[in-house]
Design a protein around this ligand. Sequence first.
Ligand SMILES: [Ca+2]
Ligand SMILES: [Ca+2]
Ligand SMILES: [Ca+2]
Length: 377
Amino acid sequence: MRKQIKAILIIIPILIAIGVTLTFVLPLFKQPPTGSKGVVRVYVNSTIAQSISTEIDQYEQDIMNQGYTVQVINWSNSDVNVLRSDLINASIRPEGLEGAVIVGDLPAAYLQYWDNPWSKWRKYPCDLFLTDLDGQWVDNDPTDELFDAHNNGTGDIYPEIWLGRICPESLNNLNHLTAYRNYFTRNHAYRTGQLTRPHSQLVYIDDDWSAWTSEWLGDMTAYTNITCISTNAVTTATDYKSRLTHTYEFVHVFVHSWPYEHMFGPGGYGTEGKVNCSDILSINTKSLFYNLYACSAANFSNTNNMGNQYLFSNNTLAVVGSTKEGGMTMNSYFYTPLSQGKIFGEALKLWWWNPLHGPSDPISVGMVLLGDPLLTI
Ligand SMILES: [Ca+2]
Ligand SMILES: [Ca+2]
Ligand SMILES: [Ca+2]
């Protein structure tokens, strides 16, 4: 009996000590709210890092406030294979990798396609190269600096991460440093509720796609307040330019294009007028987001490409489009995630995973995201 009391008298203080210790130690092992959404790597071109350090510091804080762990890296290597290896290495660490933001003029992978109507090869940058981290990209003839094939490799041809590019340096009609600073200023303004738009979308469908207007509209699942213009005689360059000054949140346009201009009217001849990069530069565009179903308009390697001209115009925050012939089909696989509050990068990544098209479809393979992939509508 006395032995038992003795034992209890010893055990009770030990239990109290353990309890007190756990009260203080356990919270240290709990996952902190910051960083719980995973890792984002922000690659900043070393040549501009110093000039925009204030903006990058703010952007880093904004991403942390979203709940991500941010790794800002000053990058100078111009070999796209080295950049991909860095992403792969990050993705296989225990903390994993959600996606990447590229700020400045950093390398891209290039492929080519045969342009049938013009009977010539055209090369285009392909950011799927930097987001599909376990597929294999084959370069049979490295001297032409073009990749030749894409297969499952050790995994699959689908993207494991998302990526967005913020780089005005393909534009020769504006000051690059000012463009960076203005972009990050409005990005912060949007994130803090100082830049807002009525939750609305303009769907603008030129002649060669207008017969399927109801099908296209059925896939626009992110907005209920939609203005659709698809009467062939109404959809013209003049009308489109005036629409860009209205306060829609999102513009989705279907129009024939070159990297530096849209051509309204059937067949891509511009019989209903053209809208070029200078127009976008001079128009007071009001929308925040664009989806360009406009061949090669998002070819960010092309001087004065429309994609980046939209992105660095006035209020724009993100642009999706194709660097080659093609554009986004099956749009609901992109818009439904956006409507659920997913970030742009994740929405585009999920769209790639749609089994009905995807990385093996020539219409899809040039799709890129220009701007901040971490934004939501
Ligand atoms: Ca090659
Ligand atoms: Ca993959
Ligand atoms: Ca028209």
